[in-house]
Design a protein around this ligand. Structure first.
Ligand SMILES: O=c1[nH]c(NC[C@H](O)[C@H](O)[C@H](O)CO)c([N+](=O)[O-])c(=O)[nH]1
Length: 166
């Protein structure tokens, strides 16, 4: 059995039947915009229809768990349930411990949310020590030193929803 490299898809996936939620924070908006666009670009390239990508924003990363849960609930109530959700935020270390507390709390809350909502919650929280690190992971730094992590999250969303759906 051939084992694929890290980060590569293990097979082709067709997202045509999927409905995907994206909840994003608005702090560090330039980075967020690139990450969200990267996720959407990948979702569309894997067959997810534009009308099936449901976008919602929250003030900051701390609101991601609650905003994600409520979007899932809302879509279910409307009879248009999500198959997967991508929660996107960017935390950049400041001079206080605020960063550490939010990063740890939000990570654990998003991880635990999956058991409550029973759909995959893709972890799209950048936790960066500097703005340069955030720009690089959104693929918008000067030298384009890294690829846009939003694309990875889009691919993970289609894989997880396809592989482990109901
Ligand atoms: O998404 C972020 N929210 C941040 N703070 C806001 C926080 O997420 C909440 O929106 C706020 O505390 C209100 O609940 C950030 N910093 O404070 O640095 C940050 O870097 N990124």
């Amino acid at each position: 059995m051939a084992v694929k490299g890290l980060g590569q898809l293990d097979r082709e996936y067709n997202g045509a039947h999927l409905r995907v939620g994206i909840v994003h924070a608005r702090w560090n908006a330039v980075v967020i915009e690139a990450l969200v666009n990267g996720a959407i670009k990948k979702l569309r390239s894997m067959g997810v229809e534009e009308k099936n990508i449901i976008l919602e924003s929250v003030p900051g990363s701390y609101e991601l768990p609650w905003g994600s849960k409520r979007l899932i609930d809302r879509q279910k109530k409307q009879g248009e349930p999500l198959d997967v959700i991508i929660s996107i935020g960017t935390l950049i270390k400041g001079s206080t411990m605020h960063f550490e507390y939010i990063a740890d709390a939000v990570t654990k809350a998003l991880m635990g949310l999956q058991d409550k909502v029973e759909i995959p919650v893709i972890f799209g929280l950048l936790t960066c020590m500097t703005e340069e690190q955030a720009f690089a992971r959104a693929g918008i730094d000067e030298g384009h030193t890294m690829h846009n992590h939003g694309e990875d999250w889009g691919a993970a969303a289609v894989e997880m929803a396809s592989k482990f759906g109901p």
